[in-house]
Design a protein around this ligand. Structure first.
Ligand SMILES: *Cc1c(COP(=O)(O)O)cnc(C)c1O
Length: 447
C-alpha cells in the first residue's frame, strides 16, 4: 500500500499549498518516541518544532500515556454543563496555585483559537454588564497571531493568514509591535526603555474608552518569526490597561508551560493579565484542549439571577473533556517539582551558545534570538542593512526540504529558521540538529 498516494487522494492538509506535495510527498509517520518520529520506511526525524509547538515532554511519554489509558477505562466524556468530574477539578485547583496571581476561574474549550474567541466574548460582555456598553473594540499588536477562526484571525496580523480575509474580519485597533532586531529607535533589547510603548500610549489615548481588551502574545510573537521583546513592555501595557479599564488578555498558548524558561511568560514581567489563554503545552501535546482563566472580579460580573441574562452562554461540545484533563494532570505530575524546567534552562544556555558559535559568522545570518529553549535564526540578504531575502526564493522552504532528508524537522517561518524542541531535549540532540541545520544552510546559501 502506498500510504502517501492514498493520503493525497483524500486529505487536504492544513496550512499547505497542496500542489507542493507533488514534489514533497506527505511523510507517513508510524510511531514516535521521545523527541523522535519514525516514518513507515524506518527513517528517523528529530521533532525540533515539537509537532507544531505542542509536544512538551516527548512523544509517547510513559506517564502521560498510562494516565490516558487509565482514564479511558473510567470516563471518556461527559456533558460539562451541570456535570463535572475529578480530573477537571484537580487540574484547575493545581493550575490556580502556579498561575500568575489573581487567575482563578477556568473556562474550557477544545483548541487555542476558540479559547481566544471565548476570552474576547467574556471581555466584551463584562464591560456591557458593568456599565460600559461603548467598549466594543479590541486592540492587538501588529504581526500578532492568535489563531485562525474568524474572531481570532481578526486580532491577528500576519498577512499570510489574514490578508485575504480582511473583508470578513472585525475592525481591530492595531498597535505597532516592538521590533527589537530592526528597532526604529536605534536601541536593542538589553539597553532600551521600551520607547516603542509610545505607540500603545497613542492607541489608548485615541481608542482606550471604546476598547474592551488588548490581546498580546507575551514576550514572544511566534508566528511573526519568533520575535522576542523585553518584559518591561508587558508592564507598560498593564499600566495602560489599568488606566483605561481595558482587559489585558495574555495569549500564552505558545509561551505557556515553560517555553520561555518560566512556567508562564507573564512571570518574567511580574504582573498578571486579566485573562490568560492556554492550550499547546497543556496536555503535553496529547489531546486537543484549551482554556481561558480569569479573575474573580470578571467572574462576579456574570454572577446573578438567571433572569438578568448575565450568564456566559458559551460552550463547546468537548469542553472539559476528561481524557484531555487526565493528560493535563499527568503533565503537571511531571512538571510540578520544577526539575524538568530547571534542566531545560541549563540546557538552554548550552543550546544558545552552540547556535551562536555555529551560525553567527554566516554572512546571511542577521540575528540569533532566544528565550528558553526557543532559538531563532533570522536569515537576511545583507547583514549590515538587515535587508530580508527575496521571499519568492522560498529560502526557508528549501532549507526545510534538505533538513527533512537528513532527519530533522525544521519548518522555518519564511526565512527564519527556528528550534522549539520539547523541554526534555538533550545536548546530543542539540549538537545533531544544529550541525544538520548549518549543513543545509550552507548548501542553500553557500558561505
Ligand atoms: C497555536 C496558537 C493559537 C491557536 O491555537 P489553535 O489550537 O491552533 O487554534 C493561538 N495563539 C498562539 C500564540 C498560538 O501559537
Amino acid at each position: 500500500m502506498n500510504w502517501a498516494e492514498k493520503d493525497l487522494e483524500y486529505i487536504w492538509h492544513p496550512c499547505s499549498q497542496m500542489k507542493d506535495y507533488e514534489e514533497l510527498k506527505p511523510i507517513v509517520i508510524d510511531h514516535g518516541e521521545g523527541v523522535y518520529l519514525y516514518d513507515t520506511e524506518g527513517n528517523r526525524y528529530v521533532d525540533v518544532i515539537s509537532s507544531w509547538w505542542c509536544n512538551l515532554l516527548g512523544h509517547c511519554n510513559t506517564h502521560i500515556s498510562e494516565a490516558l489509558k487509565k482514564q479511558t477505562e473510567q470516563l471518556e466524556h461527559v456533558i460539562f454543563a451541570n456535570f463535572t468530574h475529578k480530573q477537571a477539578i484537580r487540574l484547575c485547583e493545581r493550575l490556580s496555585k502556579i498561575l500568575p496571581e489573581g487567575l482563578c476561574k477556568f473556562n474550557f474549550t477544545d483548541n487555542g483559537s476558540s479559547a481566544i474567541e471565548a476570552a474576547m466574548k467574556v471581555s466584551f460582555q463584562y464591560h456591557e454588564q458593568t456599565g460600559n456598553p461603548q467598549k466594543t473594540r479590541f486592540m492587538a499588536l501588529t504581526e500578532a497571531y492568535h489563531g485562525e477562526t474568524i474572531g481570532a484571525l481578526s486580532v491577528g496580523d500576519c498577512d499570510l493568514y489574514t490578508k485575504l480575509y480582511k473583508p470578513i474580519l472585525m475592525d481591530v485597533i492595531k498597535i505597532e509591535a516592538p521590533d527589537c532586531y530592526r528597532c526604529p529607535y536605534g536601541k536593542c533589547r538589553e539597553n532600551c526603555n521600551c520607547e516603542c510603548a509610545e505607540k500603545a500610549v497613542q492607541a489608548f489615548t485615541q481608542y482606550g474608552n471604546e476598547t474592551c481588551a488588548l490581546l498580546v502574545e507575551p514576550l514572544l510573537q511566534g508566528s511573526a518569526g519568533m520575535k522576542i521583546y523585553p518584559p518591561l513592555y508587558l508592564k507598560r501595557l498593564r499600566q495602560l490597561c489599568d488606566q483605561y479599564n481595558v482587559h489585558l488578555i495574555a495569549d500564552e498558548i505558545a509561551t505557556g508551560y515553560g517555553r520561555t524558561g518560566k512556567m508562564f511568560a507573564f512571570e518574567h514581567a511580574g504582573v498578571s493579565p486579566d485573562i490568560m489563554c492556554l492550550s499547546k503545552g497543556l496536555t503535553g501535546g496529547y489531546m486537543p484542549m484549551a482554556l481561558f482563566v480569569t479573575t474573580q472580579k470578571i467572574y462576579d460580573a456574570f454572577y446573578d439571577d438567571y433572569s438578568t441574562g448575565k450568564a456566559f452562554m458559551h460552550s463547546h461540545t468537548y469542553s472539559g473533556n476528561p481524557l484531555a484533563c487526565s493528560c493535563a494532570n499527568a503533565v503537571l505530575d511531571l512538571m510540578e517539582d520544577g526539575k524538568i524546567l530547571q534542566r531545560a534552562q541549563e540546557n538552554a544556555i548550552y543550546f544558545n551558545n552552540i547556535i551562536k558559535e555555529k551560525f553567527l559568522s554566516h554572512p546571511n545570518v542577521g540575528e540569533i534570538r532566544s528565550i528558553g529553549l526557543i532559538n531563532a535564526i533570522e536569515l537576511v540578504k545583507n547583514k549590515d542593512t538587515k535587508e530580508p531575502l527575496d521571499s519568492s526564493l522560498r529560502t526557508g522552504y528549501q532549507i526545510y526540504k534538505k533538513a527533512l532528508k537528513k532527519g530533522v524537522i525544521l519548518r522555518p517561518l519564511s526565512d527564519i529558521i527556528y528550534f522549539n524542541p520539547p523541554l526534555i531535549f538533550e545536548r546530543k540532540d542539540m549538537d545533531f540538529v544544529t550541525d544538520i541545520a548549518l549543513e543545509c544552510l550552507n548548501e542553500i546559501l553557500p558561505n
